[in-house]
Design a binder for this molecule. Structure first.
Ligand SMILES: [Zn+2]
Ligand SMILES: [Zn+2]
Ligand SMILES: [Zn+2]
Length: 91
């Protein structure tokens, strides 16, 4: 997180931030794995695990699906991140 650029067209396009339906990584649950932090995809609303987690499901989902923006699903954190632009935004 050394280069903290603010905003991009993807983040600007997020109107209402989608919150997690459940505070679990839906893919880790299926394979019985663990996670560190959770991120919610702003395109499909799926919640998956962060890059500090062994499976990095949020990044894999973003690359595989082309869904660019996630929001932190951690309580008290209010930020968005865009993968293709490596860009952060707060809300
Ligand atoms: Zn972007
Ligand atoms: Zn996961
Ligand atoms: Zn998605």
């Amino acid at each position: 997180m050394a280069t903290k650029r603010k905003g991009c067209s993807h983040i600007e396009a997020v109107g209402t931030v989608t919150q997690p339906a459940a505070r679990v990584c839906e893919e880790c649950v299926m394979i019985g794995s663990r996670w560190v932090h959770l991120r919610t995809c702003q395109t499909c609303g799926g919640t998956r695990c962060c890059d500090s987690s062994p499976n990095q499901h949020a990044s894999k989902h973003a690359r595989g699906s082309g869904h660019p923006v996630i929001a932190s699903a951690e309580q008290g954190e209010r930020w968005l991140y865009c993968y293709p632009d490596d860009s952060f935004g707060e809300y």
